[in-house]
Design a protein around this ligand. Structure first.
Ligand code: PEP
Ligand code: MG
Length: 760
C-alpha cells in the first residue's frame, strides 16, 4: 500500500492541471482498493454546492454537471461531519439522495472521506461497490491517508487552474477570478506590478514558464547545455573506467547518454521552445513528462529511473544557468518578486528601487526576510500557501502587505483602487517625514526614545533620516554572513566604528553574533534537527570563546573616543550564560586596556527572548544595565510556533494575552530593580502592539527605520494614560482577535488607521 500511495502522490505532484490531478487520483485509487467506483466531489467557491469533478465507475459524461446542494446527500454529510463515513448499504441511509442520471442505485457499499486542508473541507473522496459490504478498515485508512496527502496538491492545482494561459503564453491574456490569495502580512504597504518568479533553490522543478524572448537563442541554450552535460558524462565515465571501476558499474552512464540522446528529450524540448516557452521551462515540462511516464510503470527497476531522469534534467538546467541570466538580474522597477522563499542575502543584493513588492509562499511576519523587507520598506506578503509560483511569472499582481492579500491579474477597478491607496500612502509618508525632528512624546508629556534596528542592511542612512535617537539593535550577523570566513578583529572593528561614528553621540547597541536557527554562515554550517531549539546565539559564542573574544575586543576597540557603545547578548536562557559572557567581556576589556586603548566599559544588556528569562529578571538586573525584549523569538518560544513556518503562522500572534502578560511581567520586574527595558523585536514597529507597550511603560522602542515614523505618529497622538487603560482591558481579554479589534478602533478614532491598513 505504501508503495502505491507513494506512486500516486508522486504522479499527482508532477501534474499541474486540476482535472488531470483528479483523474489520476480516481483511476489509481479505484484500482488500488479494487472498488467499483471512485469519485471526487469538490465544494465550489461559494461553498454552496458539491460538484462531481472526476469519476472512474460512474457516468464520466456527467463530470462537472452533477451538483449536490450543501445539506443534501451523503457527500455533504461527510463534509459536514468532516469525518469518514463507511456504509454497507448507502441506499438505506436516511441522507441518501438518488441521482438517477448517475445510475447509482447499483452501488450499495459506500465510503466517503473528507478532503481537508487547514481545517477547511475542500471536497469528498468517495469509493463505492456493488456488493452490500462495508469497505475494510485498511481501505478506509488508506483513503484517509491519501486524502490528507492530496489536499495540498488539489489546492495547488486549483490555484493554477484559475489562471488560464493561452498557448502563446501571452501574459496579458491571463485571466483569474478575482478572489485574492491570502497569506500573512510581511511588510506594510501596497504594490501593483508585474510578477517575476524567482527559483531560489534553482531546482528545475521550480522553474516557471516564461515566453521565450528569442526562440533561436533558447534552442541554442538548450542544445549547448545538453552537449555540455554529454561531454561531462563521457569524460567522467572514461575517467572511472581508467580508474579500474568495473564496466557494469559505469553502465549507468551509458544509460544517461542514451537518455540525453533520445529523440523524446531533444525533440520534445525543442518543440516546446518552438511553441514559445523559454528553454528552462520547456526542459522542465519534458522532464516531468518523462518522470510521469516512468513513475506509472509497474517494473520497480524502471520506476527507479525516475531519479536518474530528474538528476539528468537538473544537470542540464545547471548548465543552462551558466548560459542564461537568472531572472533576479532582469528585475524592473515595478517588479514584484514571487518565490517559494528568498534568502536574506539575495534580498540584500537587490536594490530597493528595483522592485515594488515581494510575495512568498513560505515564511511568516518575523522571518528574517520579512524583517529585511520591512527595513527596506518593500511591501511584502508571506506564507501564501496556494501561490502558483511558476504560472505567475509576468502576471499583473496587487500585493497588499497590510492584509496579506494577493490579487492576480485583477480587473481595472481593483488596480485603480489600489493605485489610489498607494498615492494616499505616499502623501501620508510625506507627512510622517515632517515628524523627523520632533520628539516621540505622548500627549501627557512622556518621552519614549525611538531607536533604529539595523545590521542586516549595511547602509545607515535610512536610520539617520528616520529621526532615530540611536541604534537600538545592530545585528552583527550580516557582516559575518556576507563573507567566506570569520571576519578578523580589525575588519570587525572597522565596521563597528563606522556605525558608532555615524550615530555618535547617540547610543549604538551592538548585539553579539546571533547565528544558528535560520541564520547560517556558509563557512560554519550548523546542521541540526531542531535548529531553533539548538545551538544558537550565545550558546555558540560561549562554546567558541576564540570567536567571541575577537568580536568583543573589536567592539571595545571601535568605541575608543566615541563611548556610545552598548553590548547586547542574544538568546540567553540561563543566568550562568550571562555570567560567563560578562566574564569574557571583562577579560576582553582588561586586555584592551592593558594594550593601551583608552576605553570605557560599555553598558551591557541581555535580550529577553527565551521564556525562562522572563521569570529571572531580578537576577539578570543584578548583573547587567538594561534588558531588551526580542519579541520575535519570545513569541516563537512562548507559543511553540516556528516563526518561519507558514503552516502555523496564524498562531504566531503578538497580541495573544499570554504574550502581553509575559512582556508586562518583564517590564514591571525590571522597573522594580531599577533597570530600563526596550523592545527591539518586530512588535515595536507594529503600531497596534506599540500602543500596548506604551501603556506598559516601556522605556524605549527599537524598530526598522521604515516603521519608526509611524510609531512616532502614534505616540504623539496617545497619552500614556489612555494606553494604560487599553492594556488593562487587553490583559483581561481572552484572545488576540478581540484585542486587535479594540486597538484598531482606537487608532481609527484618532485618525491613525492608515498605519495599519492601505490608504490614508
Ligand atoms: C528578536 O528575536 O526579537 C530579535 C530582535 O532578534 P532576531 O529577530 O534577530 O532573532
Ligand atoms: Mg532573536
Amino acid at each position: 500500500m505504501l508503495q502505491t500511495l507513494r506512486r500516486i502522490v508522486q504522479e499527482v505532484n508532477s501534474t499541474r492541471d486540476l482535472n488531470q490531478v483528479l483523474e489520476i487520483i480516481v483511476r489509481r485509487v479505484k484500482k488500488a482498493i479494487d472498488a467499483d467506483v471512485c469519485s471526487i466531489y469538490l465544494l465550489d467557491d461559494n461553498e454552496k454546492k458539491f460538484t462531481l469533478m472526476a469519476t472512474d465507475g460512474l457516468n464520466a459524461d456527467l463530470v462537472g454537471q452533477v451538483q449536490m446542494a450543501h445539506g443534501a446527500g451523503l457527500v455533504s454529510l461527510v463534509a459536514q461531519r468532516a469525518d469518514p463515513l463507511n456504509l454497507d448499504d448507502a441506499l438505506e441511509h436516511p441522507r441518501f439522495k438518488l441521482f438517477t442520471a448517475l445510475n447509482e442505485e447499483r452501488f450499495h457499499g459506500f465510503t466517503g472521506i473528507p478532503i481537508t486542508h487547514h481545517r477547511e473541507v475542500l471536497g469528498v473522496l468517495v469509493a463505492q461497490s456493488e456488493s452490500r459490504i462495508r469497505f475494510s478498515s485498511d481501505v478506509v485508512n488508506f483513503l484517509v491517508t491519501i486524502a490528507a496527502q492530496l489536499a495540498g496538491a488539489i489546492i495547488n492545482a486549483q490555484a493554477s487552474k484559475q489562471i488560464t494561459v493561452d498557448s502563446k503564453q501571452n501574459k496579458s491574456e491571463i485571466h483569474r477570478d478575482h478572489r485574492p490569495l491570502t497569506g500573512q502580512p510581511g511588510s506594510p504597504g501596497v504594490a501593483v506590478g508585474k510578477a517575476v518568479a524567482i527559483t531560489s533553490s534553482f531546482s528545475l522543478s521550480a522553474v516557471p514558464d516564461r515566453p521565450a524572448e528569442n526562440i533561436e537563442d533558447e534552442m541554442i541554450v538548450f542544445s549547448l547545455a545538453r552537449e555540455s552535460v554529454r561531454q561531462d558524462i563521457k569524460s567522467l565515465s572514461f575517467q572511472l573506467l581508467s580508474d579500474g571501476l568495473p564496466t557494469e558499474d559505469v553502465a549507468v552512464f551509458d544509460a544517461y547518454l542514451l537518455m540525453l540522446d533520445s529523440n523524446t528529450l531533444i525533440e520534445g524540448t525543442l518543440a516546446k521552445i518552438r511553441s514559445g516557452n523559454w528553454a528552462a521551462g520547456a526542459l522542465r515540462e519534458t522532464i516531468s513528462e518523462h518522470i510521469k511516464l516512468f513513475g506509472e510503470m509497474e517494473n520497480p527497476y524502471l520506476q527507479e529511473r525516475v531519479k536518474d531522469i530528474r538528476d539528468l534534467g537538473q544537470s542540464i538546467f545547471n548548465q543552462m544557468q551558466g548560459i542564461n541570466d537568472l531572472p533576479v538580474h532582469k528585475l524592473s522597477k515595478n517588479a514584484i518578486i514571487v518565490a517559494e522563499d528568498i534568502s536574506a542575502t539575495l534580498l540584500a543584493d537587490i536594490e530597493k528601487t528595483k522592485i515594488s513588492g515581494i510575495v512568498l509562499k513560505s515564511g511568516s511576519r518575523t522571518s528574517h526576510v520579512a524583517i529585511l523587507a520591512r527595513a527596506m520598506g518593500i511591501p511584502t506578503v508571506v506564507g501564501v500557501n496556494e501561490l502558483p509560483i511558476m504560472q505567475l511569472d509576468g502576471c499583473q499582481l496587487v500585493a497588499d502587505g497590510y492584509s496579506g492579500k494577493v490579487y492576480i491579474s485583477p480587473p481595472d477597478h481593483i488596480i485603480k483602487e489600489y493605485s489610489r491607496l498607494i498615492s494616499q500612502e505616499e502623501e501620508l509618508s510625506q507627512e510622517l517625514r515632517e515628524l523627523t525632528d520632533k520628539p516621540a512624546t505622548t500627549l501627557d508629556g512622556i518621552n519614549i526614545p525611538l531607536y533604529a534596528n539595523t545590521g542586516l542592511v549595511a547602509d545607515l542612512t535610512p536610520s539617520k533620516e528616520s529621526g532615530a535617537e540611536g541604534i537600538g539593535l545592530y545585528r552583527t550577523e550580516y557582516p559575518f554572513m556576507i563573507r567566506q570566513r570569520f571576519p578578523g578583529e580589525e575588519e570587525q572593528s572597522k565596521i563597528y566604528k563606522e556605525v558608532m561614528q555615524a550615530m555618535s553621540p547617540k547610543p549604538v547597541v551592538l548585539r553579539t553574533l546571533d547565528i544558528g536557527g535560520d541564520k547560517s554562515l556558509s563557512y560554519f554550517p550548523i546542521e541540526e534537527d531542531n535548529p531553533f531549539l539548538g545551538w544558537r546565539g550565545i550558546r555558540v559564542t560561549l562554546d567558541h570563546p576564540e570567536i567571541f573574544m575577537i568580536q568583543l575586543r573589536a567592539m571595545l576597540i571601535a568605541s575608543v573616543g566615541l563611548n556610545n557603545l552598548h553590548i547586547l547578548f542574544p538568546m540567553i536562557s540561563t543566568i550562568s550564560e550571562v555570567e560567563d559572557a560578562m566574564s569574557l567581556l571583562d577579560r576582553a576589556y582588561q586586555e584592551v586596556l592593558a594594550e593601551g586603548h583608552q576605553v570605557n566599559m560599555p553598558k551591557v544588556g541581555v535580550m529577553v527572548e527565551v521564556p525562562s528569562i522572563v521569570f529571572q529578571i531580578r537576577h539578570i538586573a543584578a548583573i547587567v544595565d538594561f534588558v531588551s525584549i526580542g519579541t520575535n523569538d519570545l513569541i516563537q518560544y512562548l507559543m511553540a510556533v516556528d516563526r518561519n513556518n507558514a503552516n502555523v503562522a496564524e498562531l504566531y500572534e503578538s497580541l495573544n494575552p499570554a504574550v502581553l502578560t509575559a512582556i508586562k511581567l518583564v517590564i514591571d520586574e525590571a522597573h522594580k530593580e531599577g533597570i530600563p527595558v526596550s523592545v527591539c523585536g518586530e512588535m515595536a514597529g507594529d503600531p497596534l502592539a506599540a500602543i500596548l507597550l506604551l501603556g506598559m511603560s516601556i522605556d524605549s522602542l527599537s524598530t526598522s527605520a521604515a516603521s519608526l515614523p509611524g510609531i512616532k505618529w502614534m505616540i504623539r497622538n496617545f497619552s500614556q494614560n489612555e494606553a494604560e487603560e487599553l492594556v488593562a482591558k487587553a490583559i483581561e481579554m481572552k484572545d488576540a482577535k478581540v484585542i486587535k479589534n479594540m486597538l484598531m478602533a482606537s487608532l481609527e478614532k484618532k485618525g491613525l488607521g492608515g498605519l495599519v491598513r492601505a490608504g490614508r
